[in-house]
Design a protein around this ligand. Structure first.
Ligand SMILES: NC(=O)c1ccc[n+]([C@@H]2O[C@H](COP(=O)([O-])OP(=O)(O)OC[C@H]3O[C@@H](n4cnc5c(N)ncnc54)[C@H](OP(=O)(O)O)[C@@H]3O)[C@@H](O)[C@H]2O)c1
Length: 301
């Protein structure tokens, strides 16, 4: 049996839906039954309520499971608060999950991580991602890690945040740094295809960290232009030095319930968010979808 953690999330819900469509009867680990009800198929999946920061909830979730697809993370766009703690979920939660998986006889863990994960400064968001990856690699279980660039698809946080900013602020759209930082957006359904291959064809993927992105690389400015065009809004792009952007993000995160950008998300602008252009065909044997084509068909997230 396959267990998906973070199953009610943006990525996890697609993975569960695909497994259900395959007839695989997955188990879905969620923090609340309400979010599962609205985001998961109501048949063909076993829903279990658990929390990776509460180890006592994990044994029942893992019993009888062969493979875990681990997507229960606090991503950088989330504002820290009750139940939303980067270190507790990403590091302690992953360590708890690994320990419980070993106790219950799980064979393999496949992690949906991020592109460009590195040790990071002590106390940084990136450090939590790095320590989570280390917990997986040193688990003693069979493992693999997928590191995609930013994902697009209905409800994608990165694109939703930018679209909200363009809509909400007239005339000018603030840009983080020069706007030349590069991204290689990847469709969430293509990420799902890659992860399921890693889980279901382990002989090709075990022991590997694979970084992937879509078929095109865009700068941040080019993504803003594309979204403005799709939304029919003209805005002047106003570049702002990263320290100012970080200060603005800190203030917005302190005062707004859903800030358009957090200080943790600004950390992701410290490096190029790209893999090789042929990363998906080379590692997974198919051509991923283009962001431009997806927006032409679906509009903005
Ligand atoms: N979205 C992207 O653009 C993108 C790009 C590259 C990589 N990734 C990676 O993909 C992975 C999944 O991201 P996502 O976009 O799907 O995020 P998401 O939509 O926020 O989903 C994460 C899920 O994890 C759950 N969760 C959080 N803490 C938990 C805990 N302690 N115990 C159990 N479940 C917990 C959340 O539950 P609640 O709903 O209850 O909060 C949420 O459903 C992350 O590693 C992320 O870095 C995402």
């Amino acid at each position: 049996m396959i267990l998906v953690t973070g199953a009610a999330g943006f990525s996890g819900s697609r993975i569960v839906a695909r497994l259900v469509a395959q007839g695989a009867r997955p188990r879905a680990l969620v923090r609340s039954r309400e979010s599962a009800r609205s985001r998961l198929p109501n048949q063909g999946v076993e829903v279990i309520v658990a929390d990776t920061t509460r180890p006592e909830t994990l044994r029942p979730a893992l019993s009888g499971v062969e493979t875990v697809i681990h997507c229960a993370f606090i991503t950088a766009d989330r504002k820290p608060g009750p139940g939303v703690n980067y270190y507790e979920t990403n590091v302690t939660g992953t360590r708890n999950l690994v320990a419980a998986a070993k106790d219950t006889g799980v064979k393999r863990i496949v992690e949906l991580g991020g592109l460009g994960t590195q040790p990071g400064r002590p106390g940084s968001y990136m450090e939590t991602r790095y320590l989570a990856d280390e917990a997986i690699k040193q688990s003693g279980l069979a493992w693999s890690i997928l590191g995609p660039s930013i994902q697009f698809g209905k409800g994608a946080a990165f694109f939703q945040g930018l679209a909200d900013l363009i809509r909400a602020v007239p005339v000018v759209t603030p840009v983080i740094g020069s706007g030349n930082q590069r991204f290689q957006p990847m469709w969430v359904e293509d990420v799902t295809t890659c992860l399921l291959k890693m889980a279901q064809e382990p002989w090709s993927y075990d022991g590997k960290v694979i970084e992937v992105g879509g078929p095109e690389i865009y700068t941040y400015n080019e993504i803003l232009d594309m979204l403005m065009e799709a939304l029919g809004k003209r805005r002047i792009k106003a570049p702002g030095p990263r320290p100012i952007a970080k200060l603005a993000a800190t203030v917005m995160t302190a005062v707004l319930p859903n800030p358009p950008i957090t200080p943790a998300a600004i950390e992701l602008f410290d490096f190029e968010n790209t893999a090789t252009l042929d990363s998906v065909p080379y590692n997974f044997g198919f051509q991923p979808k283009s962001l431009r084509a997806w927006i032409a068909e679906n509009g903005v997230a």
